[in-house]
Design a protein around this ligand. Structure first.
Ligand SMILES: [Fe+2]
Length: 438
């Protein structure tokens, strides 16, 4: 039997081993060439991992089309799987295809224990952990693989993000900087460090840091390019540099692959944040809405659906109601691994965001307040979900609920004291409540 670069045995032809190695680098390094695993899988039905990973790549598109296309590769991977590592990979991706992301995640963790040099399983496991709002697993997975991959930059990038989402920020910064020392062009380590600097209110440092590494993102997977630029806009907004953030929306955040749900989510998130800063975004909602209205990216990830509803409602597009109705249907059809997230969190949150989009702030407060503590269940990072907290604060202010707004703003002020928008809103709340500022 042949072996790939991990040193573990793998079924398939000799030529397929190079394809497996390329996929691992493409996935971990966010390379745009990642689609080549599909060609390799087509060329070698006897290679279980190439076919399993081709299925995974289709699932990573988070589209209905991708879900349908994954099936054939999964069947071939099942038939070809000959080693325990391959059987674990196939079982995990099959569970994912069936909507059982809890099992998919557990099997990735099992792979990390038994085959720690297989970092594809660790990366896919982190993806499931992120989508399930499971920060401890996001950290545990790369920790399981860390000792076997001490000099591999990707592992330190994954550790950095895991630590950050667990709010272990010193460790996160250390791991991110170590990954970048090993490899300057490690976009996921750049991303993790951006999260740390944002959380610690170090926007000036963040802006400078991202500017110095942005050249290495050229030609990478559009998700990581647009998402890292989106992080740059968060720093800019935290310092009221709204003109620059708006310019980046046009040139970077929504410039690549605008038909992809993840990129649309970033665009919606940024436009709302700009508006919360008082920026007139012109006809950008009208230009974005037709992209949000295409059905292929709906009802795969609740995180994406919430942004679709929000953006379509804000644009006054009738498809907002269709997506909302689809989310309601999804609560009955979702696998039990995600059903509570759809039914108990995503659906009320989607109603709230539709309300916010059309200016119904009473509805937004009513439906968003109760689910805010559970919002991590719909996936995404702290920074991404912070949009929903900002939206709730805006609706609280619009409906005169000063006490709840004050509580949330005071906490934000304590954590990020240098953000002018928080200072302004808090001052407004205190003035309205008749409290003179010290
Ligand atoms: Fe991020």
């Amino acid at each position: 039997m042949n072996r790939d670069a991990t040193g573990y045995a793998a079924s398939g032809e000799v030529a397929s081993m190079a394809a497996l190695d390329a996929f691992a680098e493409d996935l971990l390094g966010y390379r745009a060439e990642i689609g080549r695993i599909v060609k390799a899988a087509e060329a070698d039905p006897s290679c279980a991992l190439a076919n399993a990973w081709a299925a995974a790549l289709w699932l990573l598109t988070e589209t209905r089309k991708g879900h349908a296309r994954a099936a054939r590769f999964l069947d071939r991977a099942s038939a070809a799987a000959a080693t325990e590592r391959e059987r674990l990979a196939v079982a995990s991706i099959r569970a994912w295809h069936a909507g059982d992301t809890a099992t998919a995640l557990a099997l990735c963790a099992e792979s990390a224990v038994r085959f720690p040099r297989d970092l594809v399983a660790v990366k896919l496991g982190q993806y499931h952990a992120l989508n399930r709002g499971d920060a401890p697993s996001l950290l545990r997975l790369p920790l399981l693989a860390a000792a076997a991959n001490e000099h591999v930059p990707w592992v330190h990038g994954m550790l950095a993000f895991g630590y950050e989402e667990c709010h272990l920020l010193e460790e996160a910064e250390h791991e991110a900087r170590h990954a970048i020392e090993l490899r300057r062009d490690e976009p996921w380590a750049h991303h993790a460090l951006a999260h740390v600097l944002l959380t610690q209110d170090r926007a000036e440092e963040g802006i400078d840091f991202l500017a110095t590494v942005a050249d290495t993102w050229e030609g990478r997977n559009p998700f990581v390019v647009t998402h890292n630029w989106w992080h740059q806009t968060l720093f800019l907004l935290d310092r009221d540099r709204t003109d620059e953030a708006l310019a980046l929306y046009d040139t970077r955040v929504f410039a690549l692959e605008p038909s992809w749900g993840q990129i649309q989510a970033g665009a919606v998130s940024l436009l709302i944040r700009l508006e919360l800063h008082g920026v007139d975004v012109g006809d950008r909602w009208q230009r974005l809405a037709p992209r949000l209205a295409t059905p292929d990216q709906r009802h795969v990830e609740p995180f994406i659906d919430l942004h679709l509803v929000l953006g379509l409602a804000r644009a006054g597009h009738p498809e907002a109601e269709t997506v909302l109705a689809g989310i309601a249907d999804r609560t009955a059809t979702a696998h039990e691994a995600t059903r509570a997230a759809w039914a108990e969190v995503a659906l009320p949150a989607a109603r709230a965001l539709a309300g916010f989009g059309r200016g119904d702030h009473e509805a937004c407060v009513r439906d968003l307040s109760p689910v805010l503590p559970r919002l991590h269940e719909i996936g995404g990072s702290h920074a991404q979900r912070d949009l929903f907290e900002q939206i709730l604060i805006a609706s609280l202010l619009r409906t005169g609920r000063l006490a709840q707004a004050q509580r949330m703003l005071a906490l934000r002020q304590a954590l990020n004291p240098k953000v002018p928008m928080t200072q302004r809103l808090l001052a407004r709340v205190l003035a309205a409540a008749g409290v003179p500022r010290a």
